[in-house]
Design a protein around this ligand. Structure first.
Ligand SMILES: *Cc1c(COP(=O)(O)O)cnc(C)c1O
Length: 489
């Protein structure tokens, strides 16, 4: 371990500090203006370290992070794709970043135009009538979309419709959002390939069904070929179709959810449209709806006036009202807009096919060593059910940890729950052939190690700063402050 890898409190020495304001230059009398009750009555308990110690400590710490800018990050279900850095620069342009949310519309026309154009661009990409950009994340978009669904039925006096059908392979946020929206979750079974079992769906479709939540391609990366039939059945039963478009990557510019029969959807701009994600934000989960649902969308909404200028609506008779502060996460929208414009209609069509090609290339190259429960052409991602040869007891978790020793991030593991040893791999369209080959090579190597030196693989990672953290304790009793850290030392 390097000296600066130590915990910061281990570097602490009583009385050491970075710098001190010279008392004769800076009048500290002003502190007296703070009401006595608010003044700190004890020294702040912080590590006592010099400035150089702090700089080195945090710089070293930052290099221990694995991110998509550090290496290949094949995380399935979460589309960890590279996002061009120029879009960060665009989002930081002071003309936009410096705007105040309470500024009047006349003085923020440029920002509103961008906002309006993005609403339209997403509607175009999705094949839907209108988008709101207000929600902050995918799950927030789901909640907003389901509130639209609920409002639609209620406003028609169809108040019995309180059930939402969700496949058992769905992303965990789907049933959670439905519950938060006050709807009841009914599970529909998946067939072995992860697609919805239409025969199981039929008896569920009665006059208490508000709608169905799905994603296509499904969680296993397979295209739901019976989608047109499913849409027909749900619509005939009076329900609506909700599309989880968090990972629109494989469909981008190729297939439109609106054309498949979906009425409502959300998109994660922070997966598909050029905002890196992980670490909790910022995100954006725009929601799109078909023409018969636009009046229920939340406010504020940006619209174009007859004279070509842009305005902001604050309400509407049937609007859900506000689901976020102001207009949402504007910086994320700027990146999405820059991304869409820089690709253009032509190139955006290549995103899906390239992501799909890369996923299939890895799948086919590795299926001799890893168990592929569902064959056939996948879309942007696929799932292995652990190693083919399980005789040495090496698990998916062991393989995932061993990959770290080779400089690769692990795929998503133990999700979906349909298999015991799930390993969900999504390479995205932005990786080069050389990177994919390197990953395939390493995966083969690990499979060989699992056969020949299984104990070593079970002890991996061997080269990372920490190896086997106690995840339960870390989640249940996290140590988040210096004080707690010292108490636990
Ligand atoms: C990421 C994801 C979500 C949730 O998005 P958040 O922004 O994390 O709330 C929903 N559905 C699917 C399929 C996802 O991959």
């Amino acid at each position: 371990m390097k000296y600066y890898d130590k915990l910061i409190f281990e570097l602490s020495r009583p009385g050491r500090q970075g710098y001190e304001l010279p008392a004769d230059k800076y009048d500290t009398d002003g502190i007296a203006d703070i009401p006595a009750g608010l003044l700190r009555n004890q020294e702040l308990d912080l590590p006592e370290v010099g400035e150089l110690d702090v700089v080195r400590h945090y710089t070293n710490l930052s290099s221990k992070n694995f991110g998509v800018d550090t290496g290949f990050y094949p995380l399935g279900s979460c589309t960890m794709k590279y996002n061009p850095k120029i879009n960060e620069e665009v989002a930081a342009m002071p003309q936009f970043a410096g705007l105040h949310p309470l500024q009047d519309a006349e003085s923020a026309q440029g920002a509103l135009e961008l906002y309006y154009n993005l609403q339209k661009a997403l509607a175009n990409i999705a094949g839907l009538a209108e988008f709101t950009l207000n929600p902050y994340a995918g799950a927030h978009g789901e909640l907003t979309g389901l509130m639209v669904m609920r409002q639609y039925h209620i406003s028609r006096g169809d108040t019995k419709r309180t059930k939402v059908i969700v496949p058992n392979s769905a992303h965990g946020t789907n049933p959670a959002s439905a519950m938060v929206a006050g709807l009841e979750v009914v599970e529909v079974k998946s067939k072995p390939n992860g697609s919805i079992d239409v025969e199981d769906l039929k008896p569920l479709l009665d006059d208490t069904v508000a709608g169905i939540m799905m994603t296509n391609p499904n969680t296993l990366g397979m295209f739901e070929t019976e989608i047109v039939e499913i849409a027909k059945l749900v619509h005939e039963a009076g329900g609506l179709l909700y599309y989880d478009g968090a990972n629109l990557n494989p469909m981008l510019g190729k297939v439109r959810p609106g054309d498949m029969g979906f009425d409502i959807m959300h998109i994660n701009l922070h997966k598909t449209f050029s905002t890196p994600h992980g670490g909790g934000g910022p995100g954006s989960g725009p929601v799109g709806v078909a023409a018969h649902l636009t009046e229920y969308l939340p406010a504020p909404h940006v619209f174009k006036k007859e004279d070509g200028t842009f305005g902001v609506t604050r309400d509407g008779d049937k609007s859900l009202g506000s689901v976020s502060t102001f207009l949402g996460n504007f910086g994320v929208m700027m990146k999405a807009y820059a991304y869409i414009l820089s690709l253009g209609k032509e190139n955006i069509r290549n995103v899906g096919p390239m992501a799909t090609l890369n996923a299939n290339y890895i799948k086919e190259s590795l299926k001799d060593d890893y168990l592929l429960p569902i064959g056939g052409v996948c879309k942007h991602e696929f799932v292995f059910d652990g190693l083919k040869d399980k005789s040495t007891g090496v698990t998916t978790l062991n393989v995932a940890k061993r990959l770290l020793d080779y400089g690769f991030h692990a795929p998503t593991i133990y999700f979906p729950l349909l298999f015991h040893e799930s390993m969900m791999i999504e390479p995205t369209e932005t990786e080069s052939l050389e990177t994919l080959d390197e990953f395939i090579d390493v995966m083969h190597k690990v499979a060989k190690e699992a056969r020949e030196t299984p104990d070593m693989v079970k002890n991996a990672p061997l080269t990372t700063p920490i190896s086997h953290p106690d995840e339960t304790t870390a989640a249940k009793k996290p140590i988040l402050s210096y004080k707690q850290m010292k108490a636990n030392a």
